[in-house]
Design a protein around this ligand. Structure first.
Ligand code: SAH
Length: 228
């Protein structure tokens, strides 16, 4: 099957799954997911499945990307923070919907590959940083939208602090892949309002940055099968 027809099939599947926001669907149509997968998974780029991207991490299932993007309610005027750049695919989708995307990744190798993809695809409104996203991006705060693409054990305090009043944060909470929930937090003048969006399975959010001296292949392999 041709890429175009695979894409149409995927978008139809997303519609059936309840993704109704046409801006989100067209952003997904415009970003070539095959450019964000390892070579060996390219033929499955438009299947509704998660794809391993190295370092034990995964590119989320398109349905989860679409659901999270829709839940974020971004607009052309918004500045978004994404925690967990990974392959760069989610940031690329967001870049078509918002003014600017700030994205943080703790694995330098993954970030460098993602950066090369952004340049290649001329996605010039994405700013990257190698570091611990659990701490947020203080110099650029506050953000009206924050998306976390790795499962935290609880509410990330620094990120909540960097969320503007009236702002939204979409994040999976729950450390084990069996009891994770996708939440949307809204920061109001009176505090946080929490909505449960769905059950999900994400790789864990890990505090700190891998120690280069230890070597990336030795210490940070995580299970990736079956994760979102
Ligand atoms: N949004 C990504 C999904 C990547 S999976 C995509 O579209 O491909 C989650 C990513 O979060 C992994 O790359 C992982 O290394 C990263 N991550 C986990 N904890 C982190 C932290 N504390 N700071 C920054 N990135 C983190």
């Amino acid at each position: 099957m041709m890429v175009a027809s695979r894409k149409i099939r995927l978008v139809m599947e997303l519609r059936r799954a309840g993704i109704a926001d046409t801006d989100v669907l067209s952003a997904i149509e415009r970003i070539p997911r095959e450019a964000f997968t390892p070579e060996s998974f390219r033929h499955q780029a438009y299947e509704n499945m998660a794809i391993p991207i190295g370092q034990g991490q995964t590119l989320s299932q398109p349905q989860v990307v679409a659901l999270m993007t829709q839940a974020l309610r971004a607009s052309r005027r918004t500045k978004v923070l994404e925690v967990g750049t990974g392959s760069g695919y989610q940031a690329a989708v967001l870049s078509r919907l918002c003014r600017r995307v700030y994205t943080i990744e703790r694995f330098k190798e993954l970030l460098q590959v993602a950066e090369a993809r952004f340049t290649e695809l001329r996605l010039h409104n994405i700013t990257t940083r190698h570091g611990d996203g659990w701490k947020g991006w203080r110099e650029q705060a506050p953000f009206v939208r924050i998306m976390v693409t790795a499962g935290a054990g609880g509410r990330p305090g620094a990120l909540v602090d960097q969320l503007a009043e009236g702002g939204l944060m979409v994040l999976p909470v729950g450390r084990t892949s069996r009891d994770q929930a996708l939440l949307r937090l809204t920061r109001t003048a009176d505090g946080l309002v929490e909505e449960h969006l769905s059950d999900v399975r994400f790789v864990p959010l890990v505090e700190g940055v891998p120690d280069d001296a230890v070597g990336l292949t030795s210490g940070f392999i995580q299970r990736s099968e079956g994760l979102a």
